[in-house]
Every structure is written in C-alpha cells, then in structure tokens.
Design a protein. Structure first.
Lengths: 259, 659
C-alpha cells in the first residue's frame, strides 16, 4: 500500500502540483464556468487536485485520499471503483452508468462529474496509475519544488512523519491525518494547523470508515429478505388453510379478484 | 364513442397532464442533446436532484400501497381491503414505472442501464435497490396482468396468472421490504454530508415505516378522487343535522345546489385504512422522537431554529402529527373527504421527507444551493403526467376499481343557440379524442421548444500572454516589463549565485514552475475566485458592498452586479475593468498593456512588480554593503536603458549605454 505524505508546513501554494497533474492527465488548463461556480475547493472534471488556502500563510493540496476502506468503492453499484495494486482507488469508465452515488459516498467530496459533457464520466485522482505501473512516482509528487509531497510505502511515510516530528519539535501538531481517520487513508497529512477545511474530522474524534456505517444494514439485508419471505409465506399458508377448514371445502379464496 | 366531455370532471386535469407531458417530451430531447450540465442545476456539491429524489425515492415511497394493501388483502384476507388491491397494484405499477423511466434521464449513461445486471457489487445498497426495484416493477406488471388479460379476452392465460397471484404478492412484499429499507440505507454512506436531522442509523427502518403509512394515505386519496370522478351516482352529502342525503342529482356538477362536500362511498373501508395508516405513522413518530432523543447532535440542530429545523418541523407536523390527530377526531372519521385531506397531507409530508433527506439535507455541507432548472421540473412533471394519463387509461378501460366498469354511452346533445355550435365544437368534437390532444401538442411543443432551450455555453477564455520573451538561459536577462521596447538588463546568474545558487529561486520568484522560472502573471492570476488566488474575491465583495452601501442581511452577496454584467454568467469575461476602480493603483505609464483579456488595458506593471521584488533587498543591502556598492539603491544602477536598435536580430545585446 503506497501513498503520499503531504507536509502542509512546506507547501507554499505555488500550484506546481496542479500544473503537473493537469499536464499528466491531459486536463483542460482552462476551467469551465460551471466548475468554478459550484465548488468551493476548486476540484472539478478538469482539476483532480487543487491547492486550498487554509489561512493567510497555509496551503494544502487536496485530491483523492485513497482510503483504505473507501466509501466510493462500497457505493458503486457496478463495481466500477476498485482498490488498485498500489492501494490507489481506480475507476473503470467502461462499467460506469453515471449514477453519481460515489459522489454522495465520499466524505471528502472527491469524485467530480463531467457536467459539461453529453457523454459524461466520473473524474478523480487515480494516483497516476499509469506512472506507477512504469515505476515512476505520481506527477504531483515529482513536480513539487518544495518536497511537500513525499511518495512511498504507507509505513515508510508514517515513519518519515514521526521523524519530522522528532527532528522539528514544535513545528507540527503531533498528529498524522489519515493514519486512523476513516479507518486510514493512503494519503497522509502533517501540519501545524487544523485540517478540518480539507474534509478531515476534527482532531481526536473517532471517525469510522464509510463502509463501517453500512455494515449493520448490509448484514441484516439477507436476513430481512429471508424472514419476510418466510414469514409472509407461512402466514399466507396458515390463513389459507384455516379458511379452507372453516369453509369445509376447498374453496379457493382469491380475494377481490373473483368477487 | 363520444362521451359528454363537459360532464367528465377529469377533463381539465387530463388537459393539464397532456400539456405537461408534451413539455416533458421537449425537455427530454434537450436533456439528451445537451447533457446533464447544460440542462440541470446539479453540481459536484449536490449531485442528486429532482429526478432521483422526487421521482425515484419519493415516487417509490408513495407507491408502497402495492405491497401493503396486497398484504392486507391477499395474505391476511381482510375482505374490505380486497377491492383496493387492484387500484393499489395500478398505483405501484405506475409509480415504479415512472420512477425507473425518470432514472433513465438522471443517469449519465442511460444506455448502460443494464450494467448492474451484469457487473455486480453486492455490497452496494444502490445495487440492491436497482435489482429489487426492477424485479418489483416486473412483479407489479405480472400482478396487473390478470386485469389486462381479462379485458383482452385471453381467458386461459388470465386464469393461470390469477392462480399465481398470491405467489406474486408474496414475492412483491419481500422485494418491497428489501428495497424500501435499502432506499433508506442509501443515505448511510454520507454521515459527514447529510444533515444530522435526517441522517440517522435508523434511517432504513424509518424509510420503510414512513413509506408504508404515507403510501396507504395516498391510496386513500386516490380512492376518494376516483369516486368523485367516476362514481357520481354513489356520492352523498351530509346535512348540517347529520342526515345522509343520497346525491344522484350531483351527476351534474354544474348544479351546486346540493352542498359543497361530496362524500365518497365506502366510508368504513376508508376509515379503517386511514386508521391503519395513522397507526403506522404513529409508530414512525415514536421512532423519530426516540431518534432525536438518542442523538443529541440532531436535537441540537432541531432547536437551533435554522431553516433545516423548520423544514423538519413542517415535514413532521404536516406529514405525521396533524394527519394522526385528524384521523383520531370523530367528526373527521365520519367524512371521507376529511380523511382524504389527512391522507393528502401525510402523502405530502412523506414526499417532503424524501426531498429533505436527498436534497435539502446536503445543502449545508455542500456549500451550494440546488435550484432545479425548468428542464428538470419539466421532465419530473412530464414523467408524472405520463403516469397520470396511464392511470386514467387503465381506470377507464380496465376493471380496476369497479368490476362492472363500462364506459358511459354518449348522451344527447342539446344545442339551443348559434353560439352553442362553438361550444359544441369545443366540448364534443375537439375535446374527447385525438384532436384535442393534437391541438394541445401543436400549441405546447413549439412553445416549450422555445422556452426550454438551454442557453448554457462555455465561454472561451482569452489567456493572458506572458511578458515579452525572457531568455532564462542567458546570464543577463532583458526585462521589458512595460513592453515599451525599453529593456533593463538584469544579471540573473549573478543574482542567483549571490543568493544561494539553484536553491534560491524562491527568494524572488514566489512561485517557480519547472523549466519556466520566470512565471508569467497569468499562470497564477487566472482563477480569481479560487481561494488560493492572490486576488481576494471575498474581500472585493465585502469592500464593494460596504463602499456602495448595499443592503440586505449579507450585503456582500448583493455586490455581484457591481462588477459583473447583469444577466450573464459571473466570469472574468463579464467582469468590469479592474482599472475602473484601481486607476490610481495602475498608472497608465507604468502598466502592462493587455489586449483581449477582460477588456482591460492595464494591469499593475511588471515594473511595479519587479520593484517590489528588487528594491527591498537593494535598499537593505545598500546599508549593509555601503563600503562595497554604495550605488546599489540608486535607480541607474539597474536602469541603463537598452533601445531595440542596440539589439541584434536574435535579441542579444550589442552595446550598453549608461544613462
């Protein structure tokens, strides 16, 4: 499981990562009107990543967090979203029917839709799947001039984050966003300010993964179906039998149909 | 066969339904021609809108009577409900049919509607909803088929289907209980996004319980409406003394002498149905109360008094509490019309609950408001109108409500004056059959084509050209910030070396793109509303609102038209020239001439920008290095002008002349 460690204290908001992403994914450098009007964080069909200004002097890159238990993967009814070999959440446009349920299921508002297209698909960061396959690192991580984006194995990233905490006492809030939130994400953040505005839960609150919220009902579903089927069939049979006995013959009561 | 359409109380309603149907058809054409973005107000913030929530989620909820009445009539064999089974199945068939039809417009790639049958994700609630709803629609069709086959004279087949009826009912109940809970479970995936008032771990159970109650209530309304429309002979009214008066005279609706409240027959059945429904809604109310008590965060938002609390209040009061109270009042229980009113309120409340859950509940988190476009409304209402017309067709041509239903014969015409000939044409010739519909189509289709045609388009941006060629490969750069043909020589390599080599770009360049160290302004100053942009859009809004004394609770939101042209998309293209306000900040002699961008002629000069970067260091270093370079702070240290004539063809400097 590989991911990225984003160091908010190093980010200067230069948006080089955005430019690299636009180039790598052949996105339209010019944003459509609609993209700009409707989304505060700037993500759109033409921006898989953006830089959010957290306050006067803090910036943070926002893109798919590549959850370890992603809500979108749970939501997609055709299985068009899957977890790839590197832990990245992949999208298969050939299966997609355009229901946009993944958009509802993402706590970070990551999946975006090609609203301007007549034949639209979902769009999001796939952690440069093709580059990973060629042994390269994601375009944004490569482009960052300030080393604010570090790509590597998740365990390595957590080690690195802790190393930075110990080497720079007081520089960071002693918390790795994404280590435990939503049951862990592959994109991790370290910062000296709170990251609620990126979609992370407040510090020190317990947050379950999206699939966790659906687990109870999902497990109950076959039971509901089975018990209703058995219960109603049984009830129907008993009542029918009793009616037959009461009438003393095999009168076939079909209800109102034969009145 | 000509029916006396003047006496057909459904005539006006059918006209409206036909109008809406034709408007809807035009909207459907536009939807497929232009795509979702151009025809809807859906956005990345609120990705589910009218079609999915109102048509599908609310539509399925309102059509629950198909399985609840099926259970009461065919499984429990409660006699008085058995005559309601067929109408309930018709409602379910049309409700689910129209929902699925509307979904075809909602999903982005409708020709792939069959994908979930082939590509499975059994962990998705939407997958379960899709399968159960599709099969339930099939089941309602099979349940309906005896009624259709009977009329078509296929007696033998009719018999088979009839015998299988109770099997279908049981399968239908199973599928319904599955997909109604799953429709609620759909929203379990957005605990962070859905408003706390509607997001509940119990939402799945709440959905099926409220749908059962509300669906029965809707059936009750339909039953009373049916009696009004098709059973004028059976209507009666209750006088003030409490006496029941048969009301055959009411067959002529023009004669209002008999009183206003026309009571429908079958009061005992309607009353029982309303009581059962109210009982279910009472259970739902208990669940809601318990849910609010168990979740303090929801209770907190309820008493907060924001618009969500009001919506929730309206939904609960109109949709649940008032109908329950009404059904308990003895005088209401004696009147079918009063019971139907309670039913209508409950059905409305159920619909509002689904819309609140699926649409309004997402606004706060998304930070955007979704206002359905005309095309969205047209398709929503068009699909519902088609279902309504299909309902009238089924009711009038098949034995749905009444076993002995046959169309009424034509009645004799009574033309008394010349003027009445016109009336005759309107009422008897144009208005019953195809001609009437054709007339409506001829009027409505072109009009709706004109009014619904989306005007949306993406304007093409004129991109700002970078400052004149700056050759980063050279040791010395010619900076011609004002494009006046006069360059200043800048020893880039020397500066770079002095400031720390290749690591030092960030000292001067506040951003540094690989391979293009001197970044054109436009690379950053392009998306002015972006939070990361240097241009502070919010501050501009607030300043403009303040300086021009705009009113309102949020005056800054009234300020759009101060800079952007009215009635146009609020883009950089429609914005006023920055120069209009910033004349003093951007002296024309010190500005970059920009052509074609924003219609603006001047932006803060590169001159000013460079001065901001250079002078700071030069000033401070002049003090420090006074012994070394006392002229560092003087203009002429850098500004020895270079004329174009001094340059060779390839732009290399030939001579330097000190000014």
């Amino acid at each position: 499981m590989a991911g990225m460690l984003i160091d908010v204290t190093r980010c200067t908001g230069c948006e080089t990562c955005v430019a690299a992403c636009v180039r790598e994914n052949h996105l339209d450098p010019v944003l459509a009107d609609r993209d700009k009007a409707t989304v505060p964080d700037g993500l759109s069909e033409n921006r898989f990543t953006t830089v959010i200004r957290l306050d006067e002097s803090h910036f943070a890159k926002k893109a798919c967090m590549h959850c370890e238990e992603p809500g979108c993967v749970r939501a997609c009814l055709v299985g068009g979203l899957t977890i790839g070999a590197n832990g990245n959440v992949e999208y298969d446009p050939d299966k997609c029917i355009g229901c946009r349920y993944c958009m509802l299921a993402c706590p970070f508002h990551i999946p975006r839709y090609e609203w301007s297209a007549t034949v639209p698909f979902m769009k999001k960061c796939e952690m440069c799947e093709d580059r990973l396959a060629q042994g390269q690192i994601p375009a944004c991580a490569e482009a960052c001039p300030h080393d604010a984006i570090l790509y590597g194995e998740r365990e390595f990233l957590i080690e690195q984050a802790n190393l930075r905490f110990s080497e720079n006492p007081g520089r960071y809030i002693d918390h790795i966003w994404g280590e435990h939130e939503f049951h862990g994400t592959n994109v991790l953040y370290i910062s000296d300010v709170d990251l609620i505005s990126l979609g992370w839960p407040a510090l020190n609150t317990v947050s379950h993964s999206i699939p966790h919220h659906t687990e109870t009902m999902l497990k109950a579903t076959p039971f509901i179906g089975g018990s209703v089927l058995a219960g109603v069939s049984g009830l129907s049979w008993i009542i029918r039998r009793r009616m037959e006995l009461m009438n003393g013959n095999s009168h076939d009561d079909k209800g109102g149909m034969e009145q | 066969m000509i029916r006396d359409s003047r006496r057909d109380p459904t005539r006006r309603l059918k006209d409206i339904l036909w109008v809406l149907t034709f408007v809807g058809i035009i909207a459907m054409i536009f939807r497929f021609a232009y795509g979702l973005g151009a025809t809807t107000d859906l956005s990345d913030g609120v990705p589910w809108g009218l079609w999915k929530i109102l048509n599908m989620v609310a539509g399925a909820a309102l059509a629950t009577s198909g399985f609840t009445i099926g259970f009461l009539g065919h499984v429990l064999h409660i006699k008085q409900f058995q005559k309601l089974v067929k109408p309930a199945i018709v409602v379910a068939f049309l409700g689910y049919g129209s929902s699925l039809f509307a979904l075809l417009f909602d999903i982005g790639l409708p020709w792939r509607f069959w994908h979930p049958f082939v590509y499975w994700n059994i962990h998705s609630f939407l997958f379960e909803v899709f399968w159960c709803v599709s099969f339930y629609f099939l089941v309602t069709f099979l349940e309906l088929s005896p009624t259709l086959l009977e009329r078509l004279g296929l007696g033998k087949l009719h018999g088979y289907m009839h015998r299988a009826a109770s099997v279908f009912v049981i399968i239908g109940i199973t599928l319904s209980s599955l997909h109604h809970t799953s429709l609620g479970s759909l929203f379990l995936v957005s605990p962070q996004r859905l408003h706390a008032l509607w997001y509940s771990p119990l939402i799945s159970v709440m959905f099926i319980v409220s749908a059962m109650g509300g669906g029965m209530m809707l059936l009750l309304v339909i039953k009373v409406l049916y009696s009004w429309w098709y059973e004028p002979d059976k209507l009666f009214h209750v006088t003030s003394s409490g006496a029941v008066v048969e009301c055959k005279a009411c067959a002529n609706p023009d004669d209002n002498g008999h009183g206003k409240t026309l009571e429908a027959p079958d009061l005992p059945m309607i009353r029982t149905l309303a009581t059962v429904a109210a009982g279910i809604l009472g259970f739902y109310l208990l669940m809601k109360v318990a849910d609010l008590i168990l979740r303090p965060e929801a209770m907190a938002t309820l008493v907060a008094g924001n618009w969500e609390s009001w919506l929730f209040g309206v939904e609960m009061v109109i949709g649940v509490i008032v109908p329950i109270i009404m059904v308990c009042i003895p005088s209401v229980r004696r009147s079918t019309v009063a019971l139907a009113s309670a039913g209508a309120m409950a059905a409305f409340g159920l619909m509002l609950n689904r819309v609140n859950t699926g649409i309004f509940g997402y606004f706060r988190d998304a930070g955007v408001i979704y206002v359905p476009t005309a095309i969205e409304w047209a398709i929503t209402l068009g699909v519902l109108s088609m279902a309504g017309l299909a309902f009238f067709f089924l009711v009038e041509n098949f034995s749905v409500f009444n076993e002995n239903w046959r169309k009424k014969g034509s009645e004799s015409l009574n033309i008394t004056s010349a003027f009445d000939h016109l009336t005759y044409v309107w009422h008897y010739r144009m208005l019953t059959g195809l001609e009437r519909v054709t007339l409506i189509a001829v009027i409505v289709l072109p009009l709706s084509w004109i009014f619904l045609n989306p005007s949306y388009h993406n304007p093409v941006f004129n991109e700002v050209q970078p400052p004149l060629a700056v050759d980063v490969e050279r040791d010395t750069l010619q900076l011609d910030g004002n494009r006046a043909g006069v360059s200043t020589m800048f020893a880039h390599a020397a500066h770079q070396e002095r400031l720390g080599g290749s690591e030092s770009c960030g000292v001067c360049h506040h951003l540094s793109l690989p391979g293009d160290q001197a970044t054109p302004c436009a690379e950053c100053h392009r998306y002015m509303e972006s939070p990361a942009d240097i241009f502070d859009h919010d501050a501009h809004k607030a300043y403009v609102a303040d300086s021009r004394g705009l009113g309102g609770i949020h005056p800054e939101n009234m300020s759009c038209a101060e800079c952007h042209q009215e009635h146009e998309a609020e883009t950089a293209l429609s914005a006023s020239n920055c120069f209009e306000c910033h004349q003093e900040d951007m002296s024309p002699t010190d500005a970059v001439a920009i052509q074609g961008h924003l219609g603006m002629q001047y932006a803060a000069g590169y001159h000013t920008a460079m001065h901001g970067v250079c002078i700071q260091c030069h000033d401070s270093d002049e003090q420090k290095l006074a012994y070394d370079n006392p002229e560092l702070g003087e203009c002429a240290t850098c500004h020895y002008a270079v004329q174009p004539a001094d340059l060779a063809d390839d732009g290399v400097l030939l001579t330097q002349t000190q000014e």
